[in-house]
Design a protein around this ligand. Sequence first.
Ligand SMILES: [Zn+2]
Length: 336
Amino acid sequence: MKALIYKGPWEMTLEEVAEPKPNPGEVLIDVKAIGICGSDVHGYTGSTGRRWPGMIMGHEFAGVVAAVTDGVSNYTVGDEVVVSPMFSISPTPETVPMNWSPNRRLLGVEVNGAYADRVTVKASQLFPKPAGLSWQQASLCEPLAVAMHAVQITPMDIMTDVAIIGSGTIGLLVLLAAKLKGAGRVIVIDKMPRRLEMAKQLGADIVINAGEQNAVDVVRELTSGGVDVTLEAVGYSATAQQAIDITRNGGNVTWIGNSAKMIEIDMQSVVTREITVRGTYAFTDYEFGKSIQAMAGGRIDVQPLIEKVAPLAEGPAYFKQLASGEIDLVKVVLEP
Ligand SMILES: [Zn+2]
């Protein structure tokens, strides 16, 4: 079968490799659509160190069950499925949500993933794909689940003022999820006019170009003192601080961005203004299932985010262009 092999910083090739064999309890998946994630692009440049040379990346995907093994009872060959990349290596059932578990592993990050014709996964990672959901849309279920989890764990009253910092895939999906949860005015902050334009198209009430305007001043003025809730989807000191500065006293800040390991922020501002800051990571099976349901039922439309669909073989070229900034596309979906 064909697969994209990550060879090292800025190097990826399409190669012929042996088809993986499913172990008991696993299934073989014929990959139909797989999204290029920003974390893969950062891994490709070597900047995060979270990918290893020789591996097959890829964790946002859907496909058809091509083979089942002993111990798999609820799926058969031909079933159309969306796959959660998260699984547990614990020999006993997990006692905590899987995204908290030390036994959690991520397909395409810690083990070979799905930039390939076929991949093996545990049957527990499968969710049935509704017929009305396209393969391309289904491949966005994983990032949507990340956004759904962030919004799910963030206290948010109906019609509350919400700010989102960062309008990459996750920031834009957080916008859709926040509106689904009943947010009032949603303000999106970024520095890229193209992304802000898309945020508007997806329903943002106000967009602020932080490269041109002082976002903190603008938000404070618009909201008389700050928004109730801010979700940060960038992950550096400056934006983490900005999230605190644009939130009202007693408000909630949720950090999704996971870029810098150490940051510097004004702790006194958090303390004296009684801001609650929380982290959010990945998702639970509950939110993964609800993401499928929201897309299939027409409550969330991810189609505008899919700006390019290309064959798997063109993957290396897209990685190079996305990493160098030569092209800016919210979501590129590859079709093996
Ligand atoms: Zn991802």
